[in-house]
Ligand binder design. Structure first.
Ligand code: PHE
Length: 350
């Protein structure tokens, strides 16, 4: 019969090689019961033989048995850790996000080209000390026309094809309309504050138009107004010259020609020399070398009187421009209707 010592050695060998095969915690528990279980475990069983040994061998075998117990215990714990780690590994693998997948494209919104132009123009005037103000799009006949020297029977009304609101007052007159320009804000501003005044008014305007490449029934204007003691036409020129050069480049020349707007005197239209051909003549400037960019003039004394300003004390200038027209010129856009058709292929270019 092999000695207990030899049996201990072979038990260790078997136990340790079994241990390596085990993949689950349950299997590990079974292994422990098999080798160390109190009732039928192989090691306790073997040690039952211990009292039968001669007294001098017992000590040695006892020590070896204790060592084996420790070895099994350590082996158990190590394997347990390994199993747990590999389970964790598997779990991690299952939950891994495959970052190599192509992401879904996030499209960033941006400002409408008209908004961009309005902001660019506004910031030039803000730097010149102007305030930005806002006004109603539904206006009264008074502000849109009468207060601007355009009485009901005045032929100048034909210049502004008007969308009237379906509402009659007691005299059977339609006093409300969609503003055809931002000039009514000249009146509202002067009524609401005292000079010195420096304002610009960006906003929507509406006209009863058959639309074409240069006409829309809804578009924007930017109105400007400066009123103070001693303002002259030289101030108008200087201001608009500065503006044009900031927006279109420092080499730009400007040209003023007489024009008629009932609420200014004198009235002008302002042009810049064509930035596309430097004034030689091209498609952009219709071969004239010049591009009209706004109407302007000195505020009419009757308009000043109407809002209670003394025209002998205060003078001022006003101007109005169309931001769509300006961005059409700057970007070579050939149809104003592109702006509000909301075709992303157009809008995404800005
Ligand atoms: N309101 C005018 C228009 O719509 C433009 C303008 C504004 C002209 C201010 C002179 C002064 O045509």
């Amino acid at each position: 019969m092999t000695s207990i010592k030899e049996q201990l050695i072979s038990l260790e060998k078997h136990a340790m090689s079994d241990l390596k095969q085990i993949e689950t915690e349950q299997g590990l528990d079974e292994w422990r019961i098999n080798y160390q279980g109190r009732r039928n475990g192989q090691l306790p069983k073997l040690l039952e033989e211990l009292p039968k040994l001669p007294i001098e061998d017992r000590r040695e075998v006892g020590i070896a048995a204790n060592k084996l117990r420790d070895t099994l215990e350590i082996g158990y714990n190590e394997r347990l850790q390994e199993i747990k780690n590999s389970e964790l590994q598997e779990k991690l693998l299952e939950e891994t996000i495959d970052v190599s997948l192509p992401g879904r494209k996030q499209t960033l919104g941006k400002l409408h080209p008209t908004t961009q132009t309005i902001r660019e123009i506004s910031s030039i005037f803000v730097n010149l000390g102007y305030q930005i103000v806002d006004g109603p799009e539904v206006e009264s006949d008074y502000y849109n026309f009468e207060a601007l020297n355009i009485p009901p029977d005045h032929p100048a009304r034909d210049q502004w094809d008007t969308l009237w609101l379906d509402y009659n007052n007691e005299e059977g007159i339609r006093p409300l309309l969609l503003r055809t320009h931002t000039s009514p804000m000249q009146i509202r501003t002067m009524e609401n504050q005292e000079p010195p005044i420096r304002v610009i008014v960006p906003g929507r305007c509406y006209r009863h138009e058959a639309t074409d490449t240069t006409h829309e029934s809804m578009f924007f204007q930017i109105e400007g107004l400066a009123v103070d003691k001693g303002i002259t036409f030289a101030d108008l020129k200087g201001t608009l010259y500065t503006f044009a050069r900031k927006l279109f480049g420092a080499e730009r020349k400007i040209r003023f020609r007489c024009d008629f707007f009932p609420f200014v005197e004198p009235g002008v239209d302002m042009s810049i020399d064509c930035f596309s051909c430097d004034g030689i003549g091209c498609r952009v400037c219709s071969n004239t070398g010049w591009i009209e960019i706004m109407g302007a003039g000195m505020v009419h004394p009757d308009v000043l009187k109407r809002v209670g300003y003394d025209p002998d004390v205060y003078t001022g200038f006003a101007f109005g421009m169309g931001p769509e027209r300006i961005s059409m010129l700057k970007h070579g856009i050939d149809d104003i209707r592109h702006f509000y058709t909301n075709d992303l292929r157009f809008l995404e270019q800005f």
